[in-house]
Design a protein around this ligand. Sequence first.
Ligand code: CO
Ligand code: ZN
Length: 337
Amino acid sequence: MAIDLKLLKKLTETFGPSGREDEVGKIILDRLTKKGFKPSKDVHGNIKITLGNSGNKILITAHMDEIGIVVNYIDEKGFLKISPIGGVYNEALFGSRILFANGKWGAIFSQTTNPKIKTDFNSLFVDIGAKNKEDAQKQVPIGTFGVFHREMVNLGDNIMAKALDDRVGVYILLKTIDNLKSKKMTNRVTFGFTVQEEFSTLGARALAHSIDPKVAIAVDVTASDDIREKLYLNMTLGNGPTIKIMDSSLISHPKLKNFFIDTAKKEKIKHQLEVLPFGGTDAGAMSLVKNGIPAIGVSIPARYVHTPSEMVNKKDIEGAINLLTTVLTKKDIGDLV
Ligand code: CO
Ligand code: ZN
């Protein structure tokens, strides 16, 4: 099945830093409603639908939010000082364009040429072309959220875009829902589109708490190390979706890990094993809720994560949809744990 580039483009280019996910949520709500589902939205903005009405409760999530910035100060000349929302990769910011929640634009630069401190958030400022402080305050008030806007580009085998972390996960969930729509479900699977993963994992925690699933799965991106080869990571673009062994927030439940690997092998789905010595996902957050929820992650290897030019491989996306469609219909995963 070819990638629906139109949908992925729309998802990645839509504005949605942590805490401001409504525009992304609207795309998801509209699509699911058009397909005949009755999606619901909670007080934080999490969106969910459930397929199947018997068997154990399974929760599978992808986060809607992306990293961003917030305006925290405006100087006399009308330049904005900003703070990061989530793990912003400072080195990638020079000359970047900020798109603010109200549609205004700005360019990021540094007040210093000292290479040691010029990418420090204290030295960075945003120029919105304002006349002075008053003008800037009118255009982009303190507290306005922004993102590092870029267009998605189709590179052939690969795709480059902002916010592939984690709109590619959102895309994978939507396509998996399409695949499962007419299938007989052995589990009660709730698909959750979460808020604030990049900030506090509030969305996934609240959702896991309210659903209290037997098993939780998060679909997200992971690092790949196939260019520089100095971090000694196994993940490579094009070698398939990754089954998470662990990251710094989660040790995937061994029974789930084995089941995912066995299923991928049996169904001849090309996959990779993921050990990520840094970073975490909603899977780690959900695993700590209630009495502890057995959890696992399925990830898409990505280059340049948390920059406006994240890059993923189309085959890995297709593989993830295939793996999840298979795993969620094979048997009641909840009976494994
Ligand atoms: Co991220
Ligand atoms: Zn992510």
